[in-house]
Design a protein around this ligand. Structure first.
Ligand code: ATP
Ligand code: MG
Length: 471
């Protein structure tokens, strides 16, 4: 492929210089247009953009610096090289400060002209390439997401493309991968961005109440329904309804949701008239929805209604490089919030963050960084400041299977995940003992309790008295 000859607009009022320069440029393979005045230059720019402007500073009408200022104000993607007379180097400096790409001192020879122009054009091409890459592929942040991994670039692109369509999006991903953040991003990226965003967590509401939470109820619909109440569907009218943990929805309500998706209408609990709303549905689950369908817990027809645009959020361990990007951003945020002076992590601490598998994903990383910031201070987060199980990986040659350690218990477990407190406590203590290679005093110090408390509890568990030691 032959490259198109670059176009140069030459602004020069001294005809002899113009002829000679034009000859140099044509010989070097450029296509040249010539104007003699500043106004002529502005008019030519209106007609079409050249690749470069070779601009004499001293012109008969307006100053070359004014022309330069105009080009930069308009953010025109052209290279500007100013030509100044020998002895007026101050003018060249001023032009560079005003945004010229380079300058030439007259009289200049053909070589100097060619090199200056070629380099400036090269830099412009690179700049626009980098810009395009950054816009298309290299996003480091997107609607609250941090991370420039390839895995996340495709998430950003799907959100950007699907957001404005209004199509239903089915978000999947492990716990803490950012499913709710994705739902919010879809809303903000949509034409409904100024409308409401209403989230309903189907896993956190007792089964008997979800229907009224979603569709509302009329007065007297059930005991305690002392007044009519709007449901999430009504409150989300004109906006986005986010149905989180959709797989926890009971079968009877799945049927009602399907009808709502098919017709856009629903009835309140206890109501007799159909109501209509205009909502965009985004739903999410951390289960495998196909498996839920196969095992008969989730209606297949509802699944296909919802599964218009699938959006899978990768696990944090599969996003190369993002762990550190997110950790650093969170460190800056939490340090500021907590009035600490952290600037970064030591190389050992970064190494631990990179090697840990993050079963609780970004939420767990948030907790780990917050924990380190709250309990410590200093310019750098050191490995010892990272709480277990993150900080003990690799230091135990093959003794303990780290994968079996419970992840840090994070916010909002599903009701079925909730364990008796004594058991949570037992797991936390055992994890800490493992993390410190059986050193009970150190495990106790890390847990903020006395070693004797651990010994007492261990004795009680061995005697089978777990429950009686609760809290
Ligand atoms: N890429 C990211 N960059 C920065 N923060 C993130 C990122 N992903 C998630 N977060 C933050 O991590 C936390 C957990 O995210 P979110 O609640 O969206 O996860 P989730 O997938 O819905 O989790 P769960 O399945 O447990 O409900 C939130 O505070 C969110 O703002
Ligand atoms: Mg969630």
């Amino acid at each position: 492929m032959t490259r198109r000859a670059a176009r140069v607009l030459m602004v020069e009022d001294t005809l002899s210089i113009a002829r000679m320069t034009e000859a140099f440029l044509v010989q070097a393979g450029y296509q040249v247009d010539h104007v003699e005045t500043g106004q002529g230059c502005l008019a030519a720019l209106e007609q079409g953009l050249p690749d470069a402007v070779l601009l004499d500073v001293r012109l008969p009408d307006i100053s070359g610096l004014e022309v330069l200022a105009h080009i930069r104000r308009q953010e025109l993607p052209v290279v500007v090289i100013v030509a100044t007379a020998y002895g007026s180097i101050g003018m060249a400096v001023e032009a560079m400060q005003a945004g010229a790409d380079d300058f030439l001192v007259k009289p200049f020879n053909a070589d100097r002209l060619k090199v200056t122009l070629a380099n400036a054009l090269e830099r412009l091409a690179l700049k626009s390439q980098v810009q395009a890459l950054r816009e298309d592929f290299g996003r480091a942040t997107f609607h609250g997401f941090i991370g420039s991994s390839l895995a996340m670039q495709s998430v950003y692109r799907i959100i950007q493309a699907a957001g404005p369509t209004g199509a239903t999006v089915f978000v999947t991903g492990e716990s803490g991968t950012g499913k709710e953040l994705a739902a919010e991003a879809l809303h903000r990226q949509s034409r409904r961005a100024n409308g409401p965003f209403v989230a309903i967590n189907c896993g956190a509401i007792p089964h008997g109440l979800i229907e009224s939470e979603v569709f509302g109820h009329v007065k007297g619909a059930f005991t305690g329904a002392v007044a009519a109440r709007d449901g999430a569907a009504r409150r989300a009218d004109g906006g986005t309804l986010f149905l989180d943990e959709i797989c926890e929805m009971e079968p009877a309500l799945q049927t009602k949701l399907l009808r709502f998706l098919q017709t856009g209408t629903y009835m309140r609990v206890g109501g007799e008239t159909l109501e209509k709303v205009d909502v965009r549905i985004v739903c999410a689950t951390n289960r495998d929805p196909m498996k839920e369908v196969e095992e008969g817990r989730f209606r297949e027809d509802l699944y296909y209604r919802l599964h218009v645009i699938p959006l899978h959020l990768p696990a944090l361990r599969d996003r190369e490089g993002d762990v550190l990007e997110i950790a650093r951003a969170l460190l800056a945020r939490f340090s500021q919030q907590e009035g600490k002076s952290f600037q970064g992590f030591t190389p050992e601490a970064e190494d631990l963050l990179l090697r840990y598998p993050w079963p609780g994903n970004v939420r767990q990383l948030q907790n780990v960084v917050l924990n380190a910031v709250v309990l410590n201070d200093g310019p750098l987060v050191a490995a010892e400041m990272l709480p277990p199980p993150v900080n003990s990986r690799g230091s135990l040659p093959g003794q303990v299977n780290r994968a079996t350690l419970p992840p840090l218990r994070l916010a909002e477990p599903a009701p079925s995940d909730i364990k008796p407190l004594w058991q949570v406590e037992k797991e936390a203590i055992e994890a800490a003992i493992d993390a410190f290679e059986g050193n009970i005093p150190r495990a106790a110090a890390a847990l903020g309790i006395s070693a004797s408390t651990i010994y007492r509890k261990k004795a009680a568990w061995e005697a089978g008295e777990g429950e009686s030691l609760g809290a």
